[in-house]
Structures are given as C-alpha cells and as structure tokens.
Design a protein around this ligand. Structure first.
Ligand SMILES: *Cc1c(COP(=O)(O)O)cnc(C)c1O
Length: 357
C-alpha cells in the first residue's frame, strides 16, 4: 500500500512540500545563522523577489496566507477604514476575522460579482454608498482582489488596472491575495510585474505554501516606503520567526530555477485534464471557465457517489457562488476539485474512470 494512488482533490494544501524545498530546509538547518529574518537565506530570497518583480520591493516572509493578508491589509487601513473585497473572498469568508482583528476593527465590505470577480461597476456602486468625510461611515481605504478568485477565475492585467485605477482615484490602496499567484501567472502568461504593480497593485500576498512550500508566504510592498512600520506589525502579530532562515530557505528554493512556475504548470495541466475529462461526460456541467488548478463541476448524484466510492476526495461547494439559473437540482452535486503540483496524472485518469462508471 506504500505507493497507493491517492485520489485527493480537496485542496492544493493537502499535498506536502516539494522535495527540493525540504532539501533546502535540511541544508539550511546546519550551522548558526542570524535570527529573526536577518539570515542569508532570507536576504537572498528578498533579492530574488526584487529581481523577479523588476524593482526594489520590501519583502516580509510569514508562515500562513491568513497572516500575509491580515497584516498586509492592516498596513494600508485605519481602524475606521473599509476594505472592499468580493463577498466570497478568502479574507471575508475563511480567515476567522483576522483581517479585521489585525486592522484593529477595519471593516470588510463584501461586493457581489460572478465567479468571485469584482467589476468596475460593483466597485463604483459601493464607493458611491460610502462618501468620503461622512463621519457615520467607515472610510474606503483598500481594495482587495484575489488572483485567482475563490472560484478559480482570473483578472486579466487590464481588468486589474481598471479596478486599481478606480481604487486609486478614491484614495485607496490595492491589495492582491495571491495565494495562487503562480497558478494565475502561468495561466495568463504574464510577468510577475505585469500581474501586480504594473497593473496598480500596491501590496501583494505572494503565496508559496499551496504550490510546493511547507509553510511560507511573502508580503510584498512595491513601494518600500509604505512598509516602514511593517516589521513591528509582523512581530506584534507573532509572525516574525525566531529561526527566520526556515522561511528564507523555503522561498529561495521555491523561486530557484523557476521551480515555482514549473509546479504551477503541472498543477494547472492536471486540472485541464480533469476538466476535459469531466466536461465530456453526460450530465456534467461546468459553471465557469477553468483558468487555474481549480475545477468546479455540477455532477449527477450517481456520479458523485461513484467518485466517493472509488476513494475520490474533494469538497462540496456552495451553490450560492452560482448564478441562480445554474444552481444544482435535487439530483446533482456541486463540487470543487483541486489538483496540486504533486498530483500524478494517473490520479486524474483514475478519478475520471470512476466518474465514467
Ligand atoms: C489558501 C488561501 C489563502 C491562505 O490561507 P492559509 O490557510 O491561511 O494559509 C489565502 N487566500 C486564498 C484565496 C486561499 O485560497
């Protein structure tokens, strides 16, 4: 049973770390190193990120995406500020109030939009409801975009720019939740700069954990001046690792020789195979265009039962994310399947075989 094929598509964080990252951790383990992120691994990772983003950036490594998002937002929002985001955004739905907590009470305002995407119209509508200077209301201070969204959808560079322009004209900062930044990047074929600061992003949560790291994310400020107090925020928030080299070593190995891009391409390719196989089966509906390594499908209940019986693991997804006309009927189930960098092609083949019955 050692080489048993796992049909686990619950999420990309059900996979462990990529061997190259574990090896880097083992290598970084020997000998002394400066503590609290002053080590050589962290310095090299910071340099690598500046090179990657084609400008000098301020980098802060943390161990979770929730910490990255919450701390990043706290740096650009007053306690009386509002963070505008999609109503299903991870920061609003999956972080247990951490952004509000770290931002000392700033309010998250969830906006509607198909496939988890915000539109200029929805953003403008929301801003019209929150005039500046009205003391009864929280003041809009940040726009947070998830790239990819919680429905696996992507903003093009032009779409990010259009939203960022509106936000900047309203005096707001633009945050990007890039827990799956790599998957989005290789799908769109953009450069990291094009998908971030060149499109108007001010601060980025750059994910690595889901795409091969053990536990490592970077908060990246494209204007280092905006990061002046961030070191205190991170320490106060309990995310300044004593043995900071363990984060630096992960990030360095993640970026080395384009490993991060290769891993994202693999995960996306598995998802493309899964999508093609499922879409060809009678009774299967795909509500959204697949863009990264997330596949959403509405499947007949009988097929759902076969997938489970074959050992398939995946999450049911909320029909609230669907347009009313697309919602599953009584004989259907709405599911989300996520292959990771570590999902073998055979697992996709086996799951599809179970789906066919
Ligand atoms: C996974 C994920 C995160 C990070 O979550 P943690 O569990 O805190 O690491 C952030 N945003 C999105 C969209 C995610 O999918």
């Amino acid at each position: 049973m050692a080489s048993e094929l796992h049909l686990d598509f619950t999420s990309d964080n059900s996979s462990g770390a990529h061997p190259a990252i574990l090896e880097a951790l083992v290598a970084a383990n020997s000998g002394p190193a400066a503590a609290y992120g002053a080590d050589e691994w962290t310095k090299r990772a910071e340099k690598a990120l500046s090179k990657l983003f084609e400008r000098e950036v301020a980098v802060f490594l943390v161990a979770t995406g929730t910490a990255a998002n919450a701390l990043a937002l706290s740096a650009v929002t007053d306690p009386w500020g509002a963070v505008l985001c999609h109503e299903f955004a991870h920061i609003a739905a999956d972080e247990c109030g951490a952004p509000e907590f770290f931002a000392a009470g700033a309010k998250l305002v969830g906006l509607p939009g198909a496939a988890g995407k915000l539109t200029p119209a929805a953003l403008q509508d929301a801003l019209a409801m929150m005039p500046r200077g009205v003391v009864k209301q929280v003041q809009p201070q940040a726009l947070s975009l998830s790239q990819a969204t919680e429905c696996g959808a992507l903003y093009t560079a032009a779409e990010i720019s259009a939203l960022a322009d509106i936000a900047h004209s309203a005096g707001m900062a633009v945050h990007m939740d890039g827990a799956r930044f790599a998957n989005a990047l290789v799908s769109l074929g953009l450069t990291p700069a094009q998908m971030s600061w060149k499109a108007g992003v001010d601060v980025l949560s750059f994910g690595a954990t889901k795409n091969g790291a053990l536990a490592c994310e970077a908060v990246i400020f494209f204007d280092p001046a905006k990061a002046q107090n961030f070191a205190y925020r991170r320490k106060r928030g309990g995310h300044t690792l004593s043995k900071g080299r363990l984060l630096g070593a992960q990030m360095e190995a993640y970026l080395k020789d384009g490993l991060w891009l290769d891993l994202a391409r693999q995960a996306n390719a598995r998802a493309a195979e899964l999508e093609a196989g499922l879409a060809a089966l009678p009774g299967v509906r795909m509500p959204w265009k697949r863009e990264i390594n997330e596949v959403f499908a509405i499947v007949p209940n009988a097929m759902h039962a076969r997938l489970i019986a074959a050992g398939g693991r995946f999450h049911p997804w909320t029909p609230r994310a669907l347009e009313t006309g697309q919602r599953p009927g009584p004989d259907e189930a709405f599911i989300r399947l996520i292959p990771s960098f570590a999902t073998p092609a055979e697992a996709v083949v086996a799951l599809l075989a179970a789906a066919r019955g």
